[in-house]
Design a protein around this ligand. Structure first.
Ligand code: ADP
Ligand code: MG
Length: 143
């Protein structure tokens, strides 16, 4: 099997490329610049310091043993919170470009209508999602 098939590409931000590991339970975050290395390091530290009582919830992660630049993190399905009014407006304008774009992207997210918990507002661009246990956690929290 080729590397491409074993490690499904999930997405990229400004600093990292992210691939799903063959188990489907974890991802690997590969830095593409110095900021990506720092983000990986800070996420590992922040997760280690966090506890059940922490204000925000963080996806479980650790630096890769034999390559401290890469991070292993639990798989998270991103969630997009949209307000009730925005949701109903979108449905009314079902043929608008905006709606079509939203509809196409829906696949990548779980759409939740309603307010997000307060701690989500402290996470850069509200990059949160559901882990495999169904818990809402942040997946980009290095900054
Ligand atoms: N734990 C994860 N599970 C599933 N997909 C993820 C996870 N972490 C990141 N991703 C995907 O990879 C993309 C880039 O990761 P991200 O952590 O946001 O990197 P960057 O710091 O470069 O913005 C995200 O937008 C998301 O689509
Ligand atoms: Mg990001």
């Amino acid at each position: 099997m080729s590397v491409d098939k074993e490690y499904k590409y999930l997405g990229s931000g400004r600093n990292r490329h992210v691939f799903l590991l063959p188990s489907g339970r974890n991802v690997i975050k590969v830095p593409i610049n110095e900021a990506g290395r720092t983000d990986n390091y800070l996420e590992a530290v922040r997760f280690k310091k966090s506890s059940i009582n922490s204000y925000a919830s963080y996806a479980r992660c650790r630096l890769l043993n034999f390559n401290q630049a890469c991070l292993i993190m639990e798989y998270v399905k991103p969630v997009l919170f949209i307000s009730e009014s925005y949701a109903s407006q979108m449905h009314k304008e079902a043929r608008s470009t905006e709606y079509c774009t939203w509809f196409a992207e829906q696949d990548k997210y779980t759409i939740v209508t309603g307010d997000s918990p307060d701690w989500v507002k402290c996470i850069d661009c509200a990059q949160v999602g559901l882990n495999l246990k169904g818990k809402l956690v942040a997946y980009d929290y290095g900054n």
